[in-house]
Design a protein around this ligand. Structure first.
Ligand code: UDP
Length: 407
């Protein structure tokens, strides 16, 4: 059976037939994806699932990663933080290094897709090297653009507006642009190792490996160690609740090669955690999907206390496992969590602690939230819906001058 048919059990045969139909109209088209890291973070997570699926559908999709030095990634992390609202300044040298690195990559890479699909700010300036009108360029922003620092936004906008289309993850990220903007939310793959069902023995063995007690409540946040994921806030939440409930906390996160800030944030979290034996700070290597899956499944409650968030794949991953989620009401998270229906949305450390205590003390309510969450993800945030949106976007760009596309 072709792999794509395995999704019928989640979404029905009509959805899969439709994907095959659209894909048939794109046969022979080359789709080149470019981002800045092959591991760590949501973008790499999605591309690693999306590219094989597109290929399975007969589309010539491939994925390249730009190269840059340490300084380049420091600058792009600054841009990332600025897009999330932080005030920053750039020296002239930083701006030229950003542009020079894009130029070097353009020279070394073959930019030969019929559709060029560029992800996030790091490779955004590659558009300068577009080859003719036939080639269609899409820029996708994966971060939270609701309140960007304006210099950075205006700087990037100059490049973004040279693309044929832009894609954002949530309606609140829309800005005035001279090119079409498309809203396409990210997704998770129910058949990836991160999300497949696991036997209880596997879950237990992962807990054992990390010395986590399976008989006491477990609260988990999976995230890169990044200030905007507020891991320090999570430790404070845990400490407030720990006074009443003897729970354990897992903060698990690996690094991403395009994120130079992780070690510093981890050191600060270690300091607040102060050797509490019930706090587990797990620095996971790439390809820890089964471990993450097991930790999510073993948890009584999943936190995602982000202060800014593009989408928050970790929320979708937890809800898919029918876990009750408490998450910051930011970015793409409210698309996934309807407050008091498919999870709880919070704004502060105290509010999160209150919600956590409530869910740990009321497992029936927690269970209901998790079940509703699972259905929310099944209907809206599986990779099949994401693929459909992308295929339609590709078709619309290739028929850009037509008002109606007859398939
Ligand atoms: N992730 C991972 N290992 C880690 C931390 C995170 O595999 O140590 C995964 C996580 O399961 C999720 C993705 O990385 O699939 C993070 O995506 P999200 O949208 O939540 O946040 P981002 O890192 O893109 O800001």
């Amino acid at each position: 059976m072709s792999k794509i048919k395995e999704y019928v059990k989640f979404v029905g045969a009509d959805v899969i037939n439709e994907l095959e139909f659209y894909a048939g109209k794109l046969a022979g088209i080359k789709i080149q994806n470019i981002n800045s890291t092959s591991v760590g973070g949501g973008v790499a997570e999605i591309l690693a699932r999306m590219i094989p699926m597109l290929r399975e559908l007969g589309i010539n999709a491939y994925w390249d990663v730009i190269k840059g030095g340490e300084k380049f990634f420091e600058i792009t992390k600054k841009m990332h933080n600025a897009l999330h609202g932080q005030q920053v300044t750039y020296s002239d040298e930083e701006i030229s290094l950003y542009l020079q690195t894009n130029e070097n990559n353009a020279r070394e890479m073959k930019l030969n897709g019929d559709i060029m699909f560029i992800h996030d700010p790091q490779p955004c300036a590659l558009i300068k090297y577009k080859q003719g009108d036939e080639q269609k360029w899409i820029w996708r922003g994966h971060v939270d653009f609701s309140n960007p620092e304006m210099f950075t936004w205006n700087f990037l906008k100059e490049y973004i507006e040279q693309y044929d289309a832009s894609v954002f993850s949530a309606p609140s990220f829309a800005h005035r642009l001279r090119i079409p903007q498309v809203l396409i939310s990210p997704s998770i793959d129910p058949l990836s190792e991160k999300n497949i069902d696991l036997p209880q023995e596997t879950i237990d063995s992962v807990l054992e490996k990390f010395n986590i007690d399976k008989n006491r409540p477990l609260v988990t946040q999976i995230s890169r160690f990044d200030y905007l994921k507020d891991p320090i806030g999570v430790v404070k939440v845990y400490k407030l609740v720990k006074k009443y409930i003897d729970c354990q906390l897992v903060l698990a996160g690996g690094g991403a090669t395009d994120d130079p800030e992780g070690a510093k944030v981890l050191a600060e979290v270690q300091e607040v955690a102060a050797n509490d034996p019930d706090i587990f700070l797990l620095l996971l290597p790439p390809a820890s999907d089964i471990e993450i899956n097991a930790l999510q499944r073993a948890s009584n409650v999943i936190l995602q206390k982000s202060l800014r968030e593009g989408f928050g794949l970790t929320v979708a991953e937890a809800l898919w496992k029918s876990k009750p989620v408490i998450a910051g009401a930011v970015g793409g998270i409210p698309l996934q969590v309807t407050h008091k229906y498919s999870g709880l949305l919070t704004y502060t450390i105290e509010g999160t602690a209150f919600a956590l205590k409530q869910l740990l003390q009321n497992p029936a309510y927690a269970k209901k939230l998790g079940e509703n969450g699972h259905e929310q993800i099944r209907k809206n945030f599986l990779i099949t819906r994401h693929l459909r949106d992308y295929l339609l976007l590709f078709l619309s760009l290739l028929h850009k001058t037509d008002n109606v596309v007859f398939l």
